[in-house]
Design a protein around this ligand. Structure first.
Ligand code: BV8
Length: 222
């Protein structure tokens, strides 16, 4: 069976990583517009680098939970395309072989001038030179609001060719990810949502499994 799974911050919540929604739109006590937009980075790159340095350290200290492990096991038994909105590497560390990070990764650095990518150092500062072109245009390799998510063509194709689409731990507030269920459903794909509570796009799913991902995902992914 061909399955496409989309995960959000909720799958990493039981690993101790903050979700966007739980903090009432404040993220680790920062306003989204200040830390997750190109305008915010232009206005205060040091603040944004500090925000991602802190999240990079939190992610490195976290461990994958049973939900991440269950998805890694699912990939060994089915044709699974795993798409995540998350920028942590817990899916990889759980053993998932081919994770599509549509919003980028905490472990990546990007040169805004030449497009060069390299592994992010633990701490990044404004003006750090790009190792390829030398220009002081280093930024986190993260897709901010208003920027085009990565790998979209591959994701749309996977949704079109799937028998089943599952969204796990996402509030369904952020597009285009929040539109995946409607896209799939229109193509006759069975859609299921596994979440702690009803998402903003719950109506797009045929089925809903409510509860913490560390319990619901292993039970579902048999
Ligand atoms: C784009 C990187 C176009 C940063 C992120 C108006 C209408 C529609 C769309 C828009 C609009 N205005 C603007 C837009 C577009 C905008 C958008 O969607 N805005 C929203 C707010 C309305 N989208 C964009 O800008 C995207 N780009 O559209 O580009 C374009 C076209 C051409 C050319 C150029 C551009 C880019 C969006 C990407 C933004 N970056 N992340 C970072 O991570 O640091 S998004 C960010 O939000 C994270 O990725 C995070 O994943 C996401 C939050 O969503 P969730 O993952 O769902 O997390 P959340 O906390 O919200 O929910 C957690 C859920 O888990 C909850 O439901 C909770 O109940 C559940 N849960 C909690 N614990 C558990 C659990 N479930 C199970 N078990 C548990 N234990």
């Amino acid at each position: 069976m061909r399955i496409t799974v989309l995960t959000g911050a909720g799958i990493s919540a039981e690993s101790g990583l903050a979700t966007f929604r739980a903090s009432d739109g404040l993220w680790e006590s920062h306003r989204i517009t200040d830390v997750a937009t190109p305008e915010g980075f232009a206005a205060d790159p040091a603040l944004v680098h500090r925000f991602y340095t802190m999240r990079r350290a939190n992610a490195a200290a976290a461990q994958p939970n049973a939900a991440h492990l269950a998805l890694a096991d699912l990939a060994r038994r089915h044709d699974l395309t795993l798409v995540t909105q998350n920028v942590d590497d817990l899916h990889e560390r759980a053993g998932s072989p081919d994770v599509i990070h549509m919003h980028g990764t905490l472990t990546g650095a990007l040169c805004a001038a030449c497009g060069h990518r390299w592994p992010a150092p633990p701490v990044m500062c404004p003006g750090d030179p790009c190792p390829a072109c030398g220009r002081p245009a280093t930024r986190p390799d993260i897709v901010w609001f208003g920027e085009m998510p990565y790998h979209m063509e591959r994701i749309w194709n996977a949704l079109d060719q799937s028998d089943l689409f599952a969204a796990i731990g996402t509030s369904g507030n952020v597009y285009p990810a929040a539109g995946f269920a409607q896209h799939a459903r229109r193509r006759g794909v069975e859609c299921v949502e596994l979440n702690l509570d009803a998402s903003a796009n719950a109506r797009d799913f045929h089925h809903r499994i409510t509860g913490p991902a560390s319990r619901t995902v292993p039970e579902w992914a048999v």
